[in-house]
Design a protein around this ligand. Sequence first.
Ligand SMILES: Nc1ncnc2c1ncn2[C@@H]1O[C@H](COP(=O)(O)OP(=O)(O)OP(=O)(O)O)[C@@H](O)[C@H]1O
Length: 278
Amino acid sequence: MSNDHILVVDQLMMRFGGIIAVGGLSFAAKHGEITALIGPNGAGKTTVFNCITGFYRPSGGELRLTHPDGATFQLEKLNDFRICKIAKVARTFQNIRLFPGMTALENLMVAQHNALMRASGMTLLGLFGVPSWRAAEQRAIDRAKFWLDRVGLVARADDAAGNLPYGDQRRLEIARAMCTEPALLCLDEPAAGLNARESAGLNELLLSIRAEHGTSVLLIEHDMSVVMEISDHVIVLDHGTKIADGTPRAVRDDPKVIAAYLGVEDDEVAAVERELGQ
Ligand SMILES: Nc1ncnc2c1ncn2[C@@H]1O[C@H](COP(=O)(O)OP(=O)(O)OP(=O)(O)O)[C@@H](O)[C@H]1O
């Protein structure tokens, strides 16, 4: 695999007792692209995310992350805190995990805690007097304002996150992740529960994150209108293994993928492939 790749997953294995949730999965995601991880319920998508972001320690395999400047991180050897802070991987969750009692702005400021603590020199005195702290605090405020504006929530900045409409909370989660300036943004079903207008807005937001910030995105999504419209590359999982890997169009037309989604048996897939001459 070349330096074009931000993430190389090599023979990833995750077992829970006797259950093999991910069984020897290999794929690569390129810098500056939107890579989608799709598959039927229980295929292992969230487990892959949990391994990449350090929520689970993989049972085997390698997860190599390479920043655009060439710095490389073996994620399988790091804990979640270091994966977020040093490897610069940010994520959102299937179920929204904002701080509901904090305002939208406060949620974005909390996300920048690491950078602010670094600027304080990790001392109480630093918090009160050091110019680097004040400069970092201003940068954090500016970044929070930028992302509130970008997701259309400036007018709701002082509202409790938990009181925002569902679609706004989803966008606020993405803004919060972007405030950490991630090299890799992992989004777990960001379109879940959104209506068609909100889904279109999400597509526009993710495309602009890719175009304007060059952020690499790894996306788990069931909404095929989102996957087909914005992904550069799609990987399809079924029962913890990869069954297809290619452009959105190629995987959409792949009989194995159609069969996995429809729950068709392997011999029926072989019959369809014979018919299609594949
Ligand atoms: N902590 C765990 N303990 C035991 N089994 C687990 C655990 N996490 C996931 N699994 C199992 O691993 C398999 C893959 O689950 P996973 O949640 O990764 O699938 P998914 O593709 O994300 O599904 P969905 O689309 O429904 O979210 C499932 O059989 C699931 O029950």
